[in-house]
Design a protein around this ligand. Structure first.
Ligand code: PEP
Length: 254
């Protein structure tokens, strides 16, 4: 049985005041113990605030990216160890916005994954195709390229204890969600690709869906056999929506 996870990705949003209001509202609804993990990935300056508000609660916290380097002359970067020092247990790597806006290549993303692991963090490794790639029938080839780059750099064993997020680029922040069948097809493909190198690792690996997940569509997506929860952007900024999505993961119960 795989663990279920719902992760909020706040992106470049928040302030001390609005974070506090949001986290306090979510905290009221999430119990200390649950079979469905609830996590928020906040902008790095707010990791201290996340620790202050969430320590001892049922909500985990993490960063949205980490440096591929551990230390040194890399102005602007934040290392995995720095993120971990604030009690974080998670870090997103390879989000499509990092890939497309900041030029993170497959190789760089794999290095970031390895850096997060070195720091003892659970990396949330994002993959997904653009609309053009889907329309050209290249979805599986793109997913294969992205996940193979990771397995080549780190070895399949490093996926044990990690998390994969399938996020079709055309569904992120667009309001256009993949159908549950499209999500299942991609998740099944990813699990099979990983299973070819590590059957047990693949069977235990949580694969989350991300791309315009809302309370209204979460239950249908999470009912799919290879969808183990969600990576949630916009809706994670609205407490009731985020909590309802987290509840839908619990209700999907497999
Ligand atoms: C994301 O940021 O990973 C994401 C899926 O965003 P949204 O839910 O807003 O589409």
């Amino acid at each position: 049985m795989r663990s279920k996870v719902v992760v909020g990705n706040w992106k470049l949003n928040g302030s001390l005041a609005s974070n506090e209001a949001l986290l306090k509202a979510v905290l009221r609804e999430i119990p200390r113990q649950s079979p469905v993990a609830c996590v928020v990935c906040v902008p790095s300056p707010y990791l201290a605030q996340a620790r202050e508000l969430l320590d001892g609660s049922g909500i985990g916290w993490g960063a949205q990216d980490v440096s591929r380097f551990d230390k040194g002359a890399y102005t602007g970067d934040v290392s995995g160890a720095m993120v971990a020092e604030f009690g974080s247990r998670y870090a997103i790597v390879g989000h499509s916005e990092r890939r497309s806006v900041f030029g993170d290549s497959d190789a760089v993303v794999a290095e970031k994954y390895a850096a997060a692991r070195r720091a003892g963090l659970t990396p949330i490794f994002c993959v997904g195709e653009t609309l053009e790639e889907r329309e050209q029938g290249r979805t599986e080839a793109v997913l294969a390229r992205q996940v193979d780059a990771l397995m080549q750099e780190c070895g399949v064993a490093q996926l044990e204890g990690g998390i994969v997020a399938y996020e079709p680029v055309w569904a992120i922040g667009t309001g256009r969600t993949a159908t549950s069948a499209q999500a299942q097809e991609a998740h099944g493909y990813l699990r099979g690709r990983i299973a070819a190198q590590g059957k047990e690792v693949a069977a235990r690996l949580p694969i989350l869906y991300g791309g315009s997940v809302k309370a209204a569509n979460a239950a249908e997506l999470f009912a799919m056999p290879d969808v183990d929860g969600g990576l949630v952007g916009g809706a994670s900024l609205v407490a009731e929506e985020f909590v309802a999505i987290w509840r839908a993961a619990g209700a999907a119960g497999r």
